[in-house]
Design a protein around this ligand. Structure first.
Ligand code: SPD
Length: 347
């Protein structure tokens, strides 16, 4: 009888907890992997009595195709800046309510001015990312900070390229001394030929697992996003390093956007505002190794981060870097064709 009574109490407690749990608001986040500090997510959940459900994509194309195919249910998405215009044209996004975003005052104006949506009508800058080379210093003692390393025979089968046409074609255009956003057919054909040489050395095109492959020693050279590679380098700075090649690199700013059909746009605004609190933006930069363009965060960063050249890039290299622009429809078609040929290994 006593056991029956205790079981009843236990069951009621479980039901009570379950109903409380169910009532908590949920923020459905669609984002690149390892891109928000888990501690910050927990702090947000506590402060706003909610749950964050974090779903990942590994390329803008994958994210866009999923949305285009009708995937709903997300409250906040983190694409790269150059795809926002297309998402706006497709009526996929909701305008930002600035009254809910007082921390926009913290944004770094010098970065904001480079953005196509500088007034944050539909997007709020999140993290700046460069593309560069991660490498194993012991395996590649002859390493040079140049994209030409991708052609080096010694890395055959031990190298990965990003599965990201903007970055790969852009890198080839840097080597050729051309505009990294070019849509000139003859120039792109030259870029294709160069990438085909790199492809012959590549184990795969890939956007997420390469950092683990670099850390484990499987890959000796990877083309990667700055912060992702730095996360691996920090685990093993004796053997690994990351550089932005001397020819220059594509610069992107990933941004936060709210889908037009978001179920909880208010919570999405609260999350954006929370991430742009100065201390939170600093903590997030320390976690991700990407620079959050938040002026209030900069003085709060550790010296290690302030002096990290993949986060606060040297002026000279910054001048050579090119902010990615979305090509017009014809240019996009041409670039897609070139990329499909590259991926298929077709001549
Ligand atoms: N794990 C986080 C990866 C962020 C990558 N940013 C992509 C920029 C694409 N141009």
């Amino acid at each position: 009888m006593r056991n029956f009574f205790l079981a009843g109490i236990f069951l009621s407690a479980v039901l009570l907890l379950t109903s409380c749990w169910k009532q908590r608001q949920v923020l459905h986040l669609y984002c690149w992997a390892d891109y928000v500090s888990p501690d910050l997510i927990k702090a947000f959940e506590r402060q706003f009595d909610c749950r964050v459900v974090y779903d990942t994509f590994d390329s803008n194309e994958q994210m866009y195709a999923k949305l285009k195919a009708g995937a709903g249910g997300y409250d906040l998405i983190v694409p790269s800046h150059y795809i926002v215009e297309l998402m706006v044209q497709d009526k996929m996004l909701m305008p930002m309510d600035h009254a809910l975003l007082p921390n926009l005052k913290n944004l770094d104006q010098s970065i904001l001015q480079m953005m196509p949506d500088a007034k944050c009508v539909y997007s709020v800058p999140y993290m700046l990312s460069y593309t560069g080379l991660g490498y194993n210093k012991q395996k590649l003692p002859h390493f040079q900070p140049s994209w030409n390393m991708l052609e080096d025979e010694s890395i055959k089968g031990r190298m990965t390229l990003l599965d990201d046409q903007v970055e790969v074609i852009g890198a080839a255009l840097f080597v050729l001394g051309q505009d990294a956003n070019s849509v000139d057919p003859a120039v792109l054909e030259e870029a294709r030929k160069l990438v085909m040489k790199w492809r012959a050395n590549a184990a795969k095109f890939e956007n997420e697992q390469y950092k683990n492959g670099l850390a484990s020693g499987e890959f000796h050279l990877v083309m990667g996003y700055s912060g992702d590679v730095m996360q691996a380098v920090e685990e093993n700075p004796t053997e690994l390093d990351f550089v932005i090649p001397e020819e220059g690199s594509m610069l992107s700013c990933d941004v936060m956007v709210i889908p037009a059909l978001a179920g909880n746009p208010e919570l999405a605004h609260q999350f954006i505002n929370f991430l742009h609190d100065g201390q939170n933006a600093a903590d997030n930069t320390e976690y991700c190794y990407y620079r959050c363009p938040n002026q209030a965060a900069y003085p709060l960063l550790s010296d290690e981060i302030k002096n990290n050249k993949s986060i606060f890039v040297d002026e000279k290299l910054l001048e050579k870097s090119v902010f990615t622009r979305e090509p017009d429809a014809a240019g996009k078609l041409l670039r897609n064709e070139i990329w499909s040929k590259i991926k298929a290994g077709a001549e």
